[in-house]
Design a protein around this ligand. Structure first.
Ligand code: TEU
Ligand code: CA
Length: 555
């Protein structure tokens, strides 16, 4: 397998709004990030993925961009950005930018022009259609954040397409001028010295020409067959690669909603000249009662099957990313582990072990390294996220589902779980801000915070630090071949990795009870390189404690 720096790296995602507020306005900012780079260096990560910091009216917290070459006022200035980049590079930390080019904000200059008239030179930068004869939307497609995917515009009496909120109109990638503008803008950032792009919903940039009604699911028709993995997506990515990406030593990761292992071999193939790796979503989207809203846990055998398929099918063909959570997902320990006080730390460490010993580039979402948990929401007033707010309106206030039935699902899955402020210490507002934070701080910050954990060698933080170190030390963790053991076990996730003469065995219990486990013969008496239990494993027959995890290594 070809060696690459980005295959060996560990990436840390920062959601700037919630990371660190330097000036007391309650909103995280760039200076705040710069001030915490030493913390990230100490943790040992190599790359930061920075969620959007561009100018934005914040309908979707920066994923609605009104100027790609300016910094959001609340986050600081371009000078602050340059300083952050320089300080990161001094510490050998690279910065990967979020590239949101499936859509812009409706306040972007291109869209302001586009909606003015049918003849405007920017008209064709977006996707405009006439309504049906009776004046209703061109088709029945629903948007990801609720409502129709079409918005009527008075000015020209036509509809524009928005797959997300109505303040996020989709760009028309079939227009070569749009592609040129985007590639020029990317080049500008590359020339500045950034180290890569995480590409927001990049699998959605190409739409079919025909736009028929979609199959009704919930309240609207499903647009995905016409908008996800569309007819020209690979052409456009190859063009982007040729014109921009191939000219720089950068890394790229595509947020490829709807990707399969087959498609990943094209998006992130070893030699397909598109992207370096993808985010796949099968393991975080295999649940749902009301659309994505559910309070049920994915059964372990299902989870193992999905993760293992990605491990084996991409081996030596394409590269994958590894993640349990991000700014769109609930907290890992609350969702896949057990956030009850007695199990929170041990299960957070177990989940980290399970993920970091796999093949792929691991991503740590801010606060995951502390075992931060979901937020105890009390009322709708606590929510900030447009998706959560709209969902409550669409499912509950409309009378489709009772509050009692929907509430546990909403609170379990809301994106706001991930967006509460980073917990730095046990002072007011968890040390995040001297003002009033834009979103509530999780009340558990007195116990769960970076200061306490950096001082305690047995903390979740130090466990992550150790896992990152192991990845640097053992090539088998990066390049080894994966094999799942005990496929049908409902409690244990066990797998091996093999590279030349080296072999790893990873054993993780997802159970809150004791589980018996027999160590495979070839690993009896070998080295335990990490364990989340005080008296590490010994012998052949093992009684695993709740959420126990360990890794054995042999030559
Ligand atoms: O998310 C893309 C996406 O597919 C989301 O619909 C995701 O599945 C959903 O948020 C889960 O509830 C990206 C960004 O990561 C997200 O923050 C943005 O809101 C979205 O694109 C629009 O830019
Ligand atoms: Ca601030």
């Amino acid at each position: 397998m070809v060696k690459k720096w980005w295959k060996e790296a560990v990436i840390y995602q920062i959601y700037p709004r919630s990371f660190m507020d330097s000036n007391g306005d309650g909103i995280g900012d760039l200076k705040g990030i710069t001030g915490r780079l030493d913390y990230l260096k100490y943790l040992g990560i190599d790359v930061i993925w920075l969620s959007p910091v561009y100018q934005s009216p914040n309908d979707d917290n920066g994923y609605d961009i009104s100027d790609y070459q300016a910094i959001m006022d609340e986050f600081g200035t371009m000078e602050d950005f340059d300083e952050m980049l320089a300080e990161a590079h001094k510490r050998n930390i690279r910065i990967v930018m979020d590239l949101v080019v499936n859509h812009t904000s409706d306040e972007h200059r291109w869209f302001v022009e586009s909606r003015k008239s049918k003849e405007n030179p920017y008209r064709d930068y977006y996707i405009w259609r006439e309504g049906k004869e009776d004046g209703t939307a061109p088709n029945n497609w629903g948007a990801c954040f609720g409502g129709s995917a079409w918005e009527y515009d008075e000015e020209t009496k036509m509809y524009y397409l928005h797959m997300f909120s109505k303040k996020q109109p989709d760009l028309n990638w079939d227009n070569p001028k749009v592609r040129r503008e985007v590639f020029d803008m990317m080049t500008w950032w590359c020339e500045k010295g950034i180290d890569g792009f995480r590409m927001d919903v990049i699998s959605m940039i190409s739409k079919t020409k025909e736009m028929p009604d979609g199959e009704v699911q919930g309240f609207y028709g499903n647009a995905n067959p016409y908008c996800v993995n569309g007819p020209k997506v690979h052409d456009y990515l190859q063009e982007m690669n040729e014109k921009v990406l191939s000219k720089y030593d950068i890394m790229t990761v595509g947020e490829t909603a709807g990707v399969t292992t087959e498609l990943a071999k094209q998006y992130a193939g070893e030699d397909t000249r598109e992207l370096n790796m993808v985010f796949q979503f099968e393991h975080v989207e295999s649940d749902g009662k009301y659309g994505k809203w559910t309070d049920e846990k994915v059964p372990l055998p299902v989870l193992k099957k999905i993760m293992s398929r990605w491990q084996t099918e991409l081996y030596e063909k394409a590269w994958n990313s590894l993640f349990w959570d991000n700014h769109d997902q609930p907290r890992a320990v609350s969702r896949f582990g057990d956030d009850r006080p007695e199990y929170r730390e041990v299960s957070a460490k177990m989940l980290a072990t399970c993920l970091h010993m796999m093949q792929g580039t691991p991503y740590i979402y801010q606060g995951e390294e502390l075992g931060m948990t979901n937020y105890p929401f009390r009322s709708m007033q606590d929510f900030r996220d447009i998706e959560s707010v709209n969902a409550y309106r669409e499912w509950c206030e409309s009378g489709h589902v009772s509050h009692e039935a929907f509430w546990p699902c909403l609170t379990a899955k809301s994106r706001d779980n991930a967006r509460t402020p980073m917990q730095w210490d046990d002072t007011e507002n968890a040390g995040f801000s001297k003002g009033t934070p834009w979103i509530g701080v999780n009340p558990n910050y007195k116990e769960i915070n970076a200061r306490t954990e950096t001082e305690d060698k047995n903390s979740v933080f130090h466990y992550y630090k150790k896992l990152i170190g192991l990845r640097k030390q053992y090539p088998v963790i990066v390049y080894g071949k994966y094999e799942l053991l005990l496929e049908d076990s409902k409690e244990l996730f066990v797998y091996t990795r093999v590279l030349e003469g080296e072999k790893l065995l990873t054993v993780c219990s997802f159970s809150d009870k004791e589980v018996e486990f027999t160590v495979p013969e070839e690993f009896v008496g070998t080295d335990c390189i990490i364990s989340n239990r005080e008296n590490a494993y010994e012998g052949k027959m093992v009684t695993l404690e709740p959420y126990e995890a360990f890794v054995l290594y042999r030559r």
